[in-house]
Design a protein around this ligand. Structure first.
Ligand SMILES: Nc1ncnc2c1ncn2[C@@H]1O[C@H](COP(=O)(O)OP(=O)(O)OP(=O)(O)O)[C@@H](O)[C@H]1O
Ligand SMILES: [Mg+2]
Length: 518
C-alpha cells in the first residue's frame, strides 16, 4: 500500500483526500495516478468498489488550472445517478482547490443547467444525451477540454451510446488526455480504446478472481414460480441491513417492489421510467436506511457506491457475466464484506456456469429455508430480543408485570410476549408475471481455451456466443434509437430517449431476446 503523499500529489489535493478519510492509495489508484499525472492515456481495470473514481479523479483535479474559467475536464457516465455520484466525489477531491464543477443530466430542468453553465464550471460530469444537447444548443463549449473520462465505458457501449460519444468527442480537442475505467473489460472495449485513446497505458489490477474475494457467492436453483417465496424466506432469515435485488426488466422491478411491500418489506424500485425526482428520492432514502431493499435494473445500479449494502440478490440471473460482476459489486465495497445470491431456473444453469467461468469463482449452492425453518429463526431472534429488553431499564413495566402475574401464568405471559414480537413469515399471496427464461444455453464442457489472459476476461473460448459484446452494442442502439422515446420527453430530447435508459427498458414481450434493462 502506498501513501498518497508518495504520489506527487499537491498539498491542496492531499488535504482533500485526507478529509475524505482515505489513508492509503488502493492498488488501482497507485497503479494509475502516476501515469495519468504524466499525461498518459490510461485504461484502468480493477474490481468493483476499489476506488476507480478517485483513480481518475485525483489526476483530473490536479490538472485543472483554477485560474482558467473554461471547461477543462469532461466526465461521461452512463446514468444520471452515477453522474451525480461521481460529481460528488470530484467535488470533495477538488474542494481545497476551489474547483467549480457542474453535473448535467437528463430529467433536470435545462434552463437551470444553462444558467449554471454560464457560471464557468471547470469540470463537467454528465450523461451522453444531455451533454450532446448542450453542445447542440451551444450552451457548452468543450474546446479547452484537456481531460476526458469515460466511466463505465463498456456499459455506455452496451447502452448504444457509441454514436453519442463520437459526436461529443468531435467537440473535444484531439490533444486531450483520455482516461477509461471499469471493473470489466469485455473485448468490445478494445474498439473504444482504439477509437478514443492514444497509446493507452493499460493498468489491470491482478486478482485471482474477477469478483471481490470478500463477497460470498451463492446460487439458489428454483423454478420461476418458486423464486419469490424463496426470496422472501431468505430475506426473513438473512435479515440484510440493506439489500439490492436485481430484476431483469422494468416490469419485474415494479412487480417485485409491490410484492415485497405486500409481504411487509420496506422496498422500493428504481429504473429508467421513473421520474428523475423519484429516482433520486428513492436512492436517498435507501442510503439513509429509510428503505431496506432497493430493487433495480442493471443499469440503474451500475457504479453506485452505497455503503452498508450487505446483500445483493439476483432475482433473475443476468444474461452477461459482466452484469453479474457489476451487480454483486454493489456489496463488499471498500474492504467490507458482502453476500450475493443468484436465483437460477433449471434451464438457465448454463448461464450460471458461464458466469462462474468468467469470474473464476464457484458459487455455493444454497437451499432457502422452508417456511417452518424460517419461523424457527425468527422465533430465536425474538427470544434474543426479549432477553435484551429484559436487561434494559424497564421503568414501571416491572410493576405492571407484577400485577399481571397475580392472575396469570408466567409461562403464558412470556409466550404471548414472544409471539407478539416475532415477525412471522408473511405468506400473503402475490402474483408476479413470469419472466421469459433466457434462451437455452448448454453448459459448456472443457475447451474454451485462452481464458484469463490480459484484459480479455470473457473470452468465451469457442466464440459460440452469437453476437458477442460487439454486436450487442450496435443492435441495441438501433432498437432504442428510433422507437424508444416512450417517456414524455418534453423539451430536451434526451428526456426519455437517451438517458438512464428509459428507452431500453423492455416493455413486455417485444423483446427478441431478454436483455439487460435501463
Ligand atoms: N484510498 C481509499 N481509501 C479508502 N476508501 C476509498 C479509497 N478510494 C476510494 N475509496 C472509497 O471506496 C468506495 C468505492 O469507490 P468507487 O466508487 O470509486 O469504486 P469503483 O472502483 O469505481 O467501483 P465500481 O466498479 O463499482 O464502479 C467509495 O466509497 C470511495 O469513497
Ligand atoms: Mg466506479
Amino acid at each position: 500500500m502506498t501513501n498518497f503523499s508518495e504520489l506527487n500529489i499537491s498539498e491542496s489535493t492531499l488535504r482533500s483526500i485526507k478529509r475524505m478519510g482515505f489513508e492509503e492509495a488502493t492498488p488501482i489508484q497507485e497503479g494509475t495516478i502516476t501515469f495519468a499525472m504524466a499525461g498518459r492515456d490510461v485504461l484502468g481495470q480493477a474490481q468493483t468498489g476499489t476506488g476507480k473514481t478517485a483513480a481518475f479523479g485525483i489526476p483530473l483535479i490536479e490538472k485543472i488550472d483554477p485560474k482558467n474559467p473554461n471547461v477543462q475536464a469532461l466526465v461521461i457516465a452512463p446514468t444520471r445517478e452515477l453522474a451525480i455520484q461521481v460529481s460528488e466525489e470530484l467535488y470533495k477531491l477538488g474542494y481545497d482547490k476551489r474547483i467549480k464543477l457542474l453535473s448535467v443530466y437528463g430529467g433536470q430542468e435545462i434552463g437551470r443547467q444553462i444558467r449554471a453553465l454560464k457560471n464557468n464550471p471547470q469540470i463537467i460530469v454528465g450523461t451522453p444525451g444531455r451533454i450532446q444537447d448542450h453542445i447542440n444548443r451551444r450552451t457548452l463549449r468543450l474546446d479547452e477540454v484537456q481531460t476526458l473520462v469515460l466511466d463505465e465505458a463498456d456499459e455506455m457501449l452496451n447502452m448504444g451510446f457509441i454514436d453519442d460519444i463520437n459526436a461529443i468527442l468531435e467537440n473535444v480537442p484531439s490533444t486531450r488526455q483520455t482516461l477509461l475505467f471499469s471493473a470489466t473489460m469485455p473485448p468490445a472495449i478494445r474498439k473504444i480504446a482504439e477509437t478514443f485513446m492514444k497509446n493507452p497505458e493499460i493498468v489491470k489490477i491482478k486478482a485471482k478472481e474477477l469478483t471481490m474475494e470478500n463477497i460470498e457467492q451463492f446460487f439458489v436453483k428454483a423454478t420461476e414460480r418458486e423464486k419469490f417465496d424463496a426470496l422472501s424466506r431468505l430475506l426473513d432469515s438473512q435479515k440484510p441491513e440493506l439489500a439490492i435485488i436485481f430484476g431483469r426488466t422494468k416490469r419485474r422491478v415494479d412487480e417485485l417492489s409491490q410484492a415485497l411491500g405486500l409481504r411487509g418489506f420496506i422496498a422500493e424500485g428504481i429504473h429508467g421510467d421513473l421520474s428523475q425526482a423519484k429516482r433520486i428520492s428513492v436512492l436517498r432514502q435507501f442510503k439513509e436506511g429509510k428503505i431496506d431493499i432497493l430493487i433495480a435494473t442493471d443499469v440503474a445500479a451500475r457504479g453506485l457506491d452505497i455503503s452498508g449494502v450487505t446483500h445483493v440478490y439476483n432475482f433473475d440471473i443476468p444474461q452477461d457475466p459482466e452484469s453479474y460482476v457489476h451487480r454483486i459489486g454493489r456489496t463488499g465495497r471498500a474492504g467490507k464484506s458482502g453476500t450475493a445470491i443468484t436465483f437460477v431456473t433449471p434451464r438457465e444453469m448454463g448461464y450460471l456456469r458461464i458466469v462462474e467461468e468468467t469470474t473464476k469463482k464457484r458459487m455455493t449452492p444454497l437451499n432457502p429455508p422452508s417456511s417452518a425453518e424460517a419461523l424457527v429463526g425468527l422465533q430465536e431472534d425474538a427470544m434474543k430480543t426479549l432477553v435484551e429488553l429484559a436487561n434494559n431499564d424497564l421503568g414501571n413495566y416491572r410493576e405492571l408485570a407484577a400485577k399481571l402475574l397475580e392472575n396469570n401464568e408466567a409461562l403464558d405471559l412470556v409466550a404471548a410476549a414472544l409471539k407478539s414480537i416475532t415477525k412471522e413469515p408473511d405468506a400473503t399471496p402475490v402474483s408476479l408475471s413470469e419472466e421469459r427464461p433466457l434462451p437455452m444455453r448448454r453448459e459448456r464442457s472443457g475447451g474454451g481455451g485462452g481464458r484469463g489472459r490480459g484484459g480479455n476476461d470473457r473470452n468465451r473460448g469457442g466464440g459460440n456466443r452469437s453476437g458477442g459484446g460487439d454486436r450487442r452494442g450496435g443492435d441495441r442502439r438501433r432498437e432504442g434509437g428510433g422507437g424508444g422515446s416512450r417517456t414524455a420527453s418534453g423539451g430536451s430530447r434526451e428526456g426519455g430517449r437517451r438517458e438512464g435508459g428509459a428507452r431500453r427498458e423492455g416493455s413486455r414481450d417485444r423483446r427478441p431476446r431478454p436483455r439487460r434493462e435501463d
